[in-house]
Design a protein. Sequence first.
Length: 303
Amino acid sequence: MSDRSKAVEKRLKRQSAIRQKVERALKDTEGAFTNIGVEKDPFDLPDIKAERVGQKRAASLAMLNNRWPELPSAKVSFELHVPEIAEVHIAEFEAALELAVAIDVVANKMLRNRESYNAYLQEFDNYIADCASNIKKHLTELKNLSKDEMLSSERPAKTLFKIGTLRGMQIHSCYAEADTALRHGCYAMIFQTITQQEYVSRREEIVKALHRMKTGLRRVKQECFQEIARQDRISAFNGTSNELVTEERIDPHARINEQIVRDLVTLKEVSKKRRSNARRNSAAHAKTVQPAAPEQQAATPGE
């Protein structure tokens, strides 16, 4: 089949699909007016239908964004010259970024108890701060010992990640400073400002600090989401979640939305009453025009 034939067939299929969609839409509008002079159900109006469809789509998108958010992010590239740091970074950094998104975005929306959320967030920040402080101490000392000189690798590990949260960038800074600190340490070891044993000891301590940070972040995330799961189970059991909310959240459009719903319900009831009256009047009119019953014949003697 030639390219032109394929294009024609594709266009015909598209036109057929559009036609079927239009036919379905027309079929859905059939029977909108059940009686002459009766107003159409306001819930069947095109704008109301479109609004309901839009609300359903928005709810689906909100659910998707709540659990698997796609954040605006910056592409961050970095070269890792120390093999031990490169291995840890490649193995754990992407998981740490996901943990940051889970706490910073997902839990922020899903955990209604703000006091608990703030406690988890503070504990999360403490693990990042402890790791950054530990690495910063080694970086300052090794930078002075190497007289601000450092070595480079001919084959550094090149990484490229998308970072969309502040805490993700803070975690990235920990790995970047760890690599820089050990590059200064390599220079100091080669020129015998420090011993090889001291360099190895510092390297192991920095790697352990990175491991501790990632392990701590995962523990905080797991505990936080366990509380979210308990919260959802209680809400489902009680049928309400008002007792779980510790701070008042006011929707500025709540009264307006409630008034719109009340108006629509009123219109629907009026429309229903009009249809009922029309059916009753039609039935009453049918009774008045029924033909008279046939006259009975007079009984003959002997019957």
